[in-house]
Design a protein around this ligand. Sequence first.
Ligand SMILES: NC(=O)C1=CN([C@@H]2O[C@H](COP(=O)(O)OP(=O)(O)OC[C@H]3O[C@@H](n4cnc5c(N)ncnc54)[C@H](O)[C@@H]3O)[C@@H](O)[C@H]2O)C=CC1
Ligand SMILES: O=C(CO)COP(=O)(O)O
Length: 321
Amino acid sequence: MITVLGAGAFGTALAISLAHKGPVRLWARNAGHATEMQKTRRNERRLPGVDLPENITITADLEPVSDQHPTLLAVPMQRLRSVLTDYTDALSGGMLVACCKGMELSTGMGPTQIIGAELPGATPAILTGPSFAADIARGLPTALTLACADETAGESLQQALNTPNLRIYRTTDVTGAELGGALKNVMAIGCGAVIGAGLGDSARAALMTRGFAEMARMATALGARPETLSGLSGFGDLVLTCTSDQSRNYRFGLSLGRNETFDSSVTVEGAATARAVCNRAAKMEIDMPISRAITALISGELQVDQAMDMLLSRPLKEERC
Ligand SMILES: NC(=O)C1=CN([C@@H]2O[C@H](COP(=O)(O)OP(=O)(O)OC[C@H]3O[C@@H](n4cnc5c(N)ncnc54)[C@H](O)[C@@H]3O)[C@@H](O)[C@H]2O)C=CC1
Ligand SMILES: O=C(CO)COP(=O)(O)O
C-alpha cells in the first residue's frame, strides 16, 4: 500500500488522487488531527471542503513501510531530517519520495541528499513540479516530475504514482529537479513583492526571466542538466508560482511589497531556502544577485525600492546565464 507521511495540504491532495488507483495510508503526526479526519472524512485544517475517499486509511501510528510501494514524504523541507531520524526503523529500506521543495538551511542539502545521508538503505526520489494541492484534490489535470537516480526504481515509481489526472514524467536528474523546485519559490517571493509594491507586470517578467537565468546558473554549477531546468520542475513551476496568488510564497511576497504582516504559521518554503541558497552560492562563488536581494528583503535589511535600485544599478552586461 502507498503511504503518505504528512497530512498537510499536499500530502492529503496526493493521497486523494492516488486513492483512485487503490488503498492509501495517510499518516498525521498529530493524533488529534488524525482522529478529526477519521470522524469528518475531511482535512478541514489544511484542505477545506474536500471529501476523503473511503479507501484512505488515516493513522497517527507509523508501521514499517513497504519496500515495494512508494512512501511519500509530504512534510516541510526544514522538518524532513527530523522526520527521518524520528522514524528511522519504519522508513529504512523504503522507496522514499520526497514531496518537499527547498534546501536545508543548516547544510544546504536537498531532500534526496538528506534521505541518502540519514537512511542509506532507502531508495530516494523526489516528486516536484507545478501543482497546487487544491487543484490536485479537485481532480484537475496536473503534470509532475519524478526524479530518481536509479532508473529502474524511477520507472516503477512513475507507474505507481501516475493517476488519471496526475501525469508523471520521469528523469534521473535529481539535482536539476530539486533545485528547480527550491529556487522557484525564492523567485516567487520576489515576484509577489514586485506586484505588491506596484512595480508592474513588466518588472515581474524581468525578474522571472533573470531569476530563471540565476536558477540555471546555480543548478548547472551543481551538475544539473539544463533541459531539466526548462521542464516542469524548473520553468513550469516558476511560471505557476510567480503568477498565481494561490501560491503561499507569492502571497508572502505580496505582503512584503505592501508592508503588511503575514501569518507565520503558513508554510513558506522559499524564506529559509533563500538564505540557504545565498550561503551555498557564496561558498561556491556563484553570482546570484536576485536571490541575495530577495533574502535581504525577507530579513528586512532592504525595502523593495532599495532592492530594485541595487539590481538596476549593477554594471550593464551581455544577456546570458
Ligand atoms: N500545498 C501545495 O500546493 C504544494 C506543496 N508542496 C510542498 O509540499 C511540502 C509540504 O507542504 P504542504 O503540505 O503544502 O504544507 P502544510 O503546511 O499544508 O502541511 C505541512 C504538514 O507537515 C506536518 N509537519 C510539520 N512539521 C512536521 C514534523 N516535524 N513531523 C511531521 N510532520 C510535520 C504538519 O503537521 C502539516 O500537516 C512543502 O515542501 C511544499 O513546498 C509541493 C507542491 C504543492
Ligand atoms: O509548489 C507549489 C506549486 O507548485 C506550491 O506553492 P506554494 O508553496 O508557494 O503555495
